[in-house]
Ligand binder design. Sequence first.
Ligand SMILES: O=P(O)(O)O[C@@H]1C[C@H](O)[C@@H](CO)O1
Ligand SMILES: Nc1nc2[nH]cnc2c(=O)[nH]1
Length: 330
Amino acid sequence: MAPINANDINDAKAFMPAKKVLPEVETDGANGNGNGNGNGNSPKGYSYETLLEIANFLLSRISVKPHIGIICGSGMGSLAETIQEPVSILYEDIPNFPVSTVEGHHGQLVFGKINDIPVMAMQGRFHYYEGYPLWKCCLPVRVMKLIGIKTLIATNAAGGLNPSYKIGDIMIVKDHINMMGFAGNNPLHGPNDERFGPRFPPMSKAYNYEYRKVAREIAKELNIDNIVREGVYTCLGGPNFETVAELNMLKMVGVDAVGMSTVHEVITARHCDLNVFALSLITNECVTSYDNNDEANHEEVLDVGRMRQDILRKFVSKLVERFAQIETNH
Ligand SMILES: O=P(O)(O)O[C@@H]1C[C@H](O)[C@@H](CO)O1
Ligand SMILES: Nc1nc2[nH]cnc2c(=O)[nH]1
């Protein structure tokens, strides 16, 4: 057969069904799996130098370096409202920074103090389902490291899979299952920059044991230990909530709560040696039976965040205070 050329292809288009307009999704320009830098130029993500520029841009706007970084989960942005002497910087004003596209994620960094401890909070995180490759979802974690953060507190909204969990419970994350990583989608995919961390970072102690112990003590002091649990989290790509069969499979492999974030942030944080604490607010009970007519929805997720905001603010304030003490004693 004669070879086809560009004109043949154009002619062929005339016989195709009406063209679908697809949203722009960032890929690495190689295999389209979203692990690359999003501009098609290299599979690496932003260079160390670009991240340093972002960190320096932020440092030029603040007078005190933060020690603890907080990522606010869906509907949990009010955690950043406990920050005293706040300096807020919109994501859209930060060079090379992604922007938030999800309701319940405000889209700004807030610097200041909680209980006199310098902190920075992400009021809004980035998710894979928004079209960002995983490395880009986690870019702020590396920026935190470059700014001088020692400890990351990641919060998220999650569906409760453990049948003993109730809506409004707070689950201290003791471990995760990296489902997206099983399929090869990992924020550390691509060439490794040793300035951040090793090629093969261990993950068996990802969630700091001492922090978890202190968190359980704080829960008792605040008299909320009846709603505080400890369990295993997993992240799926989203944006759809899970099917009954998927949830039953996850339950079988030991998942207690399911969400769409955190795991890749924690991997990135541990890679660059940040201490990690994470918690999930259980915003809905996962539907694991075909007889149950309930359906998960984002409005409910945001409502439960609002309902629990006072307790979460008190809990996180105490965590910040005690984690900072632990770090000074080390
Ligand atoms: O940012 P998080 O993980 O808290 O958000 C969860 C997962 C989805 O983004 C959203 C679903 O309601 O909540
Ligand atoms: N994947 C997932 N994410 C959530 N975020 C809040 N609830 C849920 C849920 O049930 N599933």
